[in-house]
Design a protein around this ligand. Structure first.
Ligand SMILES: C[S@@+](CC[C@H](N)C(=O)[O-])C[C@H]1O[C@@H](n2cnc3c(N)ncnc32)[C@H](O)[C@@H]1O
Length: 248
């Protein structure tokens, strides 16, 4: 077995980050969710009549290696996207694969933590905040502060889109899904002979499922409401994942 720093099991600095592209085999839903985030942005852009500027100002939280970033950029022309991540192992892969978008100034990649980056933005300055599989990694208190900041920086009528792990309220049903997920990790990573990576993903899953991280669906919707959001919709559920949209 590899040496894992069990105190930092939510981060993507080591083998999880280096081999993040294997996620498409372990969890194909994650890739589909990024497409949905992009498609939702496209729908918003097409129906958006409130902004004077034709260029949407978008912030992505936790861009990782750039899977969701690419979906956002491919879905729409005329966007200015600032993608934030605090993990260089992940961000450097995005820098490499999305270089053309950076050069054409459609994309700016920022190494920072989500809360600091949002806190530095002016009120009402962003049209869309988009994210996938990032917020569930946050501790609950930190996530609450991030969502408060999202509300503050979004312009009135602005959209929050998050494709993520939204746990079922029914804990028994949720546990069955997690058991299925563990089975999938074993199946894929044993076939690939990547027991080292299997250990890392299982450790990471324990963190995702811990009480101070997990985002249960009703609680998550209530949290968005408390922060001021309206028209909150949780849809497109696929196992433990779902897409949440909400407006300021
Ligand atoms: C599971 S990856 C998701 C990446 C991408 N959206 C996708 O679906 O493939 C989560 C990313 O969030 C980043 N992250 C976690 N906590 C963060 C924080 N507090 N601030 C900024 N980024 C963070 C991690 O470094 C990681 O790259």
């Amino acid at each position: 077995m590899t040496n894992i720093d069990y105190t930092f099991n939510t981060d993507f600095s080591g083998v999880l980050g280096e081999d993040y592209d294997l996620l498409k085999h372990i969890c194909p839903t994650a890739i589909e969710m990024s497409h949905l985030v992009g498609a939702t942005l496209k729908g918003f852009q097409q129906s958006n009549t409130r902004s004077e500027s034709p260029c949407l100002n978008i912030v992505e939280l936790g861009c990782g290696t750039g899977i969701t970033t690419l979906s956002l950029l491919s879905a729409c022309e005329g966007i200015a996207l600032t993608a934030i991540d605090n993990e260089p192992t992940m961000l450097n892969q995005a820098k490499h694969s999305l270089l053309d978008y950076v050069k054409s100034k459609q994309l700016s990649l920022v190494e920072n933590d989500a809360l600091s980056a949002l806190s530095a933005l002016p009120d009402n300055s962003v049209d869309v905040i988009a994210s996938a599989y990032t917020l569930h990694n946050f501790l609950n208190d930190y996530r609450n502060e991030v969502i408060e900041q999202c509300y503050r920086v979004l312009a009135p009528g602005g959209l929050f889109i998050n494709g993520d792990r939204y746990g079922l309220d029914d804990i028994s049903a949720h546990t069955v899904l997690i058991q299925k997920e563990v089975g999938q990790y074993f199946k894929v990573l044993k076939e690939l002979n990547r027991i080292d990576l299997l250990e890392h993903w299982i450790v990471h899953l324990f963190s995702d499922e811990s009480q101070n991280h997990s985002m249960r669906e009703s609680e998550a919707v209530q949290q968005m409401t408390r922060c001021g959001f309206n028209s909150i919709v949780l849809q497109d559920r696929s196992d433990v994942s779902a897409l949440l949209t909400a407006y300021k």
